[in-house]
Write a protein that binds this ligand. Structure first.
Ligand code: N2P
Length: 432
């Protein structure tokens, strides 16, 4: 839009100076955008006025020679403005469109990025990989940076959805944590398309007092708390939420019943799904974003949830001083460990800005600021010296080695397997 205005401005100026006949008029174009350009115009305009002293209205009659001079001058001005002005204009107008998970950044980071680079951030959020994938596969999403979870990233790379990163433009990649990059390379061989943003686990978030009231001294270190139908029934009245993320919930369900969490066999998926259909009647909601506030406000008392989301709920409750005491547990049977990653769609319009944005996020102090706020671990080793002690030393954020051994990852679903998963999950959610 602004570039169009710039072109109009250039044309308007040239035209204004070359009115046919005996009249010539040198005028500042009101359409001309940008401080740089207006300064340039002032200088050139001043020069033009010296050659062609202005009379009332900025126009005067002039002879052929003068008209020719004005004409040439105006063309030179337009060319100069085009040559020098484009970078001036685009520095002012540069934008990056980012599509990230909800509750996943300290928004002051976006403002700081704009202050430092002049690039405006248009920031939208989603709360499921399925939503992101639908947009990416349809094409023309309009996003320059997106954040898929690893198995989705892998199949989206296969589908040609992303462009390779130009690593020469992301010098802060030198700060990455080799162990996390190696894990990510299972999904993105050679780490060509993506950079880890955050990683974490999917566990149980609960309201300590309400769950104790409902279940007495039942230990909270096992999925039994939620998956045993008799426990779920007791928790029903204080509010049970299930994360609306079928790939994860099925993997966790299959693991719970002793199957391979990465199985894609229909019978295993059915067995994993049964864990949820057995407790369906006790579930209040299937949600992956507003559940943070619901837990913080006491509207639900237990949820399957992402580590940092639960810790953010805890922080919100503490800040609200509402007496709600929240904890997160990584169940002893093990759980899913996931990786969310920054990638650039193949059809991104602002590729240079996307690289700058990723590079900025990978500054150790910047990504540490994000981790401190969202309470998720990140894949940047150099950032750890900037991470608050309470975050870095919280095993719910950076699990101990012993716990890490029980964490599993999953591979992407193929199209047919995905259809089975979708069908089963819809049946569970609708209770049919
Ligand atoms: C942040 C959600 C983390 C996404 N609200 C887990 N993939």
């Amino acid at each position: 839009m602004s570039r169009l205005r710039f072109r109009l401005g250039t044309r308007a100026w040239v035209r204004a100076a070359s009115i046919s006949g005996n009249r010539c008029c040198i005028a500042h174009s009101p359409l001309w955008p940008g401080e740089f350009l207006s300064t340039l115009l002032k200088i050139i305009g001043k020069f033009a006025r010296t050659v062609l002293p202005r009379r009332g209205g900025g126009c005067r009659c002039c002879n052929r020679r003068e008209l020719m001079k004005a004409h040439l001058l105006s063309i030179a001005a337009a060319l100069a403005a085009t040559a020098f002005g484009v970078s001036g204009v685009s520095a002012q107008e540069r934008t990056v469109h980012v599509y990230n998970w909800s509750d996943y950044i300290d928004e002051s980071i976006l403002q700081d990025f704009t202050k430092e680079t002049g690039i405006k951030v248009v920031y939208d959020v989603f709360d499921s990989n399925d939503i992101l994938e639908t947009k990416l596969l349809a094409g023309g999403s309009g996003y320059d940076v997106v954040v898929p979870t690893a198995p989705f990233l892998a199949r989206q790379i296969q589908a040609g959805v992303f462009q390779k990163l130009d690593k020469s433009k992301i010098l802060n990649l030198s700060n990455l944590w080799p162990e996390i990059s190696a894990r990510l390379a299972k999904y993105d061989p050679g780490n060509e398309y993506a950079v880890n943003y955050m990683w974490g686990t999917t566990g149980i978030g609960y309201n300590v007092d309400k769950v104790k009231k409902a279940l007495g001294d039942t230990p909270l270190d096992s999925w039994d708390v939620l998956f045993k139908p008799e426990n779920a029934a007791k928790l029903k009245s204080c509010g049970v939420n299930i994360l609306d993320a079928s790939d994860e919930t099925f993997a966790i369900g299959m693991n719970y019943v002793g199957k391979d969490p990465d199985s894609k066999e229909t019978k295993d998926l059915e067995a994993g799904g049964k864990v949820y259909s057995d407790i369906r009647s006790s579930a209040k909601t299937f949600n992956s974003s507003s559940y943070i506030d619901d837990l913080a406000n006491g509207d639900i008392c237990i949820t399957i949830g992402w580590s940092g989301d639960i810790l953010q709920a805890k922080t919100r409750a503490e800040e609200a001083k509402n007496g709600v005491n929240i904890e997160f547990s990584i169940p002893k049977e093990g759980t899913y460990m996931w990786f969310d990653n920054l990638a650039i769609p193949a059809d991104a319009k602002n590729v240079a800005e996307a690289h700058e944005f990723i590079n900025y996020l990978m500054k150790p102090e910047v990504i540490a600021k994000a981790s401190n706020y969202v309470q998720y671990a990140n894949g940047n080793l150099s950032s750890q010296k900037f991470i608050d002690k309470e975050v870095l030393e919280n095993p719910a954020v950076y699990p101990t080695e012993e716990v890490t051994k029980k964490l599993f990852t999953i591979s992407p679903y193929g199209p047919k397997e995905q259809r089975v998963l979708n069908r089963l999950w819809t049946q569970i959610k609708t209770g049919k």
